[in-house]
Design a binder for this molecule. Structure first.
Ligand SMILES: Nc1ncnc2c1ncn2[C@@H]1O[C@H](COP(=O)(O)OP(=O)(O)O)[C@@H](O)[C@H]1O
Ligand SMILES: [Mg+2]
Length: 336
């Protein structure tokens, strides 16, 4: 069976007064139906731009899709008209964004906002939509749904607003749900509740999910596959267990080292990857992480490594690296 989504060589740039920003560089991957893909990477690594450009949501100009194909359900989204994309968004591909306070309209009731895509895409009547809204609010764990539906966003807590955003995201039963930093603004407890909710929804309705976050910890508990991005490229990708236990990219290794281990005390001892993120206005040459990579070789600075199967690893575990991280770590261990 064909995959639900196949991204081929997606390259996206922004033409700005200070030069061309190479935001997404030659990104290719496959997403199977039912899969949960976690995309991680530091701020500015191209996670949001890659997702937004797939569905025609980057401003052009300054944005420009330089090349690529995005085959979703058999169609190349990059060839669709604005009208076709408008019909697709919210219906076949649902979204949940970071900040529900700015994404929700403060002057409209929750009911109006959840009903809007239902009425637009399915032509539901007001009362049909109302019944559906209440069902959706119950599904995302909002108690007293009939009464709550008539309230306004400011009457909801941050966590409850994020649940409303998820209700909107899944309202039309999309084939794919893309969540971008959907729990970033929430405190840890509420974040955990939202992640529980997403796991439960996956079980109930089985949507395919792309979950974008800068937080490796979030991906660990949610995703089947993790995809690590840096400098607009995929550095490593594979089954969560394999990538977390046996990373092959020095960047992934750095991200994992910066995770707090056990309890609050760990937070004080957070490891930070030394150095600065790449200057994306420079023509991308070589491995973007090379300047910060203690294991980088001459070749890393000159030639961009392709994303290939990691040697002796789980099927689907892929890495873009000229150096051999396993050998380097073993050497380090032997010296310690
Ligand atoms: N409208 C824009 N104009 C210029 N540069 C942009 C614009 N939007 C994003 N970028 C740049 O594209 C790069 C990737 O951004 P983004 O995808 O938002 O990163 P992430 O989501 O991983 O934090 C960043 O360097 C960002 O500054
Ligand atoms: Mg982002």
């Amino acid at each position: 069976m064909a995959p639900l989504l196949e991204v081929r060589n997606l390259t996206v740039a922004f033409d700005t007064p200070s030069g061309t920003v190479h935001a997404v560089n030659d990104v290719s991957y496959i997403l199977e139906e039912g899969e949960t893909l976690g995309i991680v990477g530091e701020s500015g690594s191209g996670k949001s731009v890659h997702a937004l450009s797939m569905v025609g949501l980057i401003a052009t100009p300054p944005g420009r899709i330089v090349s690529g194909q995005v085959i979703f359900n058999g169609r190349d989204l990059l060839t669709l008209s604005q009208r076709e994309l408008f019909d697709l968004r919210g219906k076949e591909i649902g979204f949940v964004f970071q900040d529900p306070m700015t994404s929700l309209n403060p002057v409209l009731t929750i009911e109006r906002q959840i009903a809007e895509p239902l009425r637009r895409h399915f032509g539901m009547s007001k009362s049909q939509a109302r019944a559906q809204v209440i069902e959706l609010l119950e599904l995302v764990g909002i108690p007293d749904a009939a009464r709550r539906a008539r309230q306004y966003p400011h009457e909801f807590s941050g966590g409850m607003r994020q649940r409303v955003m998820i209700a909107i995201g899944i309202s039309c039963n999309p084939k794919l749900l893309i969540a971008d930093e959907a729990t970033t603004a929430l405190d840890v407890t509420v974040q955990a509740q939202i992640l529980d909710l997403v796991r439960e929804l996956k079980r109930k309705i089985g949507t395919t999910v792309i979950w974008i976050t800068h937080d490796m910890g979030v991906v660990a508990g949610l995703a089947d596959t993790v995809q690590v991005m840096y400098g607009g490229r995929i550095m490593e990708r594979g089954p969560v267990r394999s990538v977390f236990h046996d990373p092959r990219s020095a960047y992934t290794w750095g991200l994992l080292k910066s995770l707090p281990h056990g309890g609050r005390r760990g937070i004080n001892r957070l490891y930070q990857i030394p150095g600065n993120p790449p200057d994306l206005t420079k023509e991308p040459v070589g491995d973007p992480f090379a300047p910060r990579n203690p294991f980088a070789t001459e070749r890393c600075k000159l030639e961009t490594p392709p994303l290939v199967d990691a040697a002796d690893s789980t099927p689907g575990h892929r890495v873009a690296a000229w150096y051999d991280l396993r050998a380097e770590l073993a050497r380090m261990e032997a010296q310690a």
